[in-house]
Design a protein around this ligand. Structure first.
Ligand code: RUB
Length: 305
């Protein structure tokens, strides 16, 4: 797929979910490097940095994509243009393998939270949550899923279809009925788009509201995520309103005089989160941040920003 097409598809949410966005972005960088007409190291690097900047802008709320691209760019010290291009392609393969491997680890850990008879509540569409459910099913567990439609773009329908395809019973609720969906649930599992430096989980709008309801009913809440969702740049602060999308996603032609707020994401307070499940294990949000810092030192290199 061309870089332009990938960028359009990320912007229009045809490619959605943090890990899918990151994977498609790195594949796109590989394509640019393979097709680059540059004959010198500086020429290829210029193509790489230009591509990276365009991809960063395609969905600025996705640190997983930024981390994946930064990882590829970090320590690229080559004098030969062919060696440089090959190194980028190998690093892309590394990153793709890493995401798949980590999702399998997260699925192993997360599936332990599901027992026979468990009702899992989830919101939006997360490839990580899907992998956990798939793993629990593979282990022969009999359980059910409750999920929300996730207006305005109905990513919950993607989840519902994929869960049903796995042969797991699923009950689908409108967003406003989440209290009913949660009341009978035993476990809330959500994905994450970002983890802030304060340990807040950023995920689809509604996530904090549902976590509050889950807390009220003593239902454990786990955010399930690759550690590369950590957003180093929150060091510089993250606005309260994250990714405000076009109003016409909610109401195509509203009468004059109506303001539409279409917030795509929200922060979930760490106090509402029982644990963050990642490839590093299960940790309370503040410990998770310490683990990320210890395991991903390259992320903190200033030149990457
Ligand atoms: C998707 C969403 C997902 C996270 C995690 O929002 O909020 O829960 O991205 O997904 P959108 P994954 O549809 O707006 O991208 O676990 O696949 O990374």
């Amino acid at each position: 797929m061309s870089l332009k097409k990938t960028i359009d598809r990320i912007r229009n949410l045809k490619i959605q979910g943090a890990e899918n966005v990151a994977k498609e972005a790195v594949k796109s960088l590989r394509e640019v490097v393979k097709l680059s007409k540059a004959k010198s190291v500086s020429g290829i690097l210029a193509d790489i940095y230009h591509t990276k900047n365009l991809l960063f802008l395609s969905r600025p709320t996705e640190p997983c994509m930024r981390n994946a691209l930064n990882y590829i760019l970090y320590d690229l010290n080559y004098d030969d243009p062919i060696e440089l291009a090959n190194a980028v392609c190998l690093k892309v393969d590394d990153v793709l393998e890493r995401f798949d491997k980590n999702q399998k680890i997260i699925a192993q850990i997360g599936s332990k939270k599901i027992r026979n008879g468990t009702i899992v509540f989830t919101h939006c569409h997360s490839s990580t949550i899907l992998e956990i459910l798939k793993q629990a099913k593979k282990q022969g567990k009999q359980f059910e899923v409750h999920n929300t439609e996730t207006r305005p773009l109905y990513q919950g329908r993607i989840t519902a279809k994929e869960v049903a395809k796995l042969g797991i019973p699923i009950t689908h609720f409108v967003d406003a009925a989440a209290r009913f969906a949660l009341k009978k649930a035993d476990l809330m599992l959500i994905g994450a788009d970002a983890i802030t430096t304060e340990g807040k989980v950023i995920n689809k709008i509604g996530s904090e509201l549902y976590a509050e309801i889950a807390n009220k009913y003593d239902i454990p809440v786990y955010a399930c995520t690759d550690s590369w969702k950590f957003d180093v740049e929150t060091v510089f602060g993250y606005e309260e309103e994250i990714e405000i999308r076009k109003g016409n996603e909610i109401w195509k032609n509203p009468p004059k005089g109506i303001t539409i707020n279409n917030f795509a994401f929200e922060k979930v307070n760490p106090s509402l989160i029982t644990g963050i499940i990642s490839e590093l294990g299960i940790y309370k949000p503040h410990i998770f941040i310490q683990e990320i810092k210890a395991n991903n030192k390259w992320m903190f290199r200033k030149h990457l920003f």
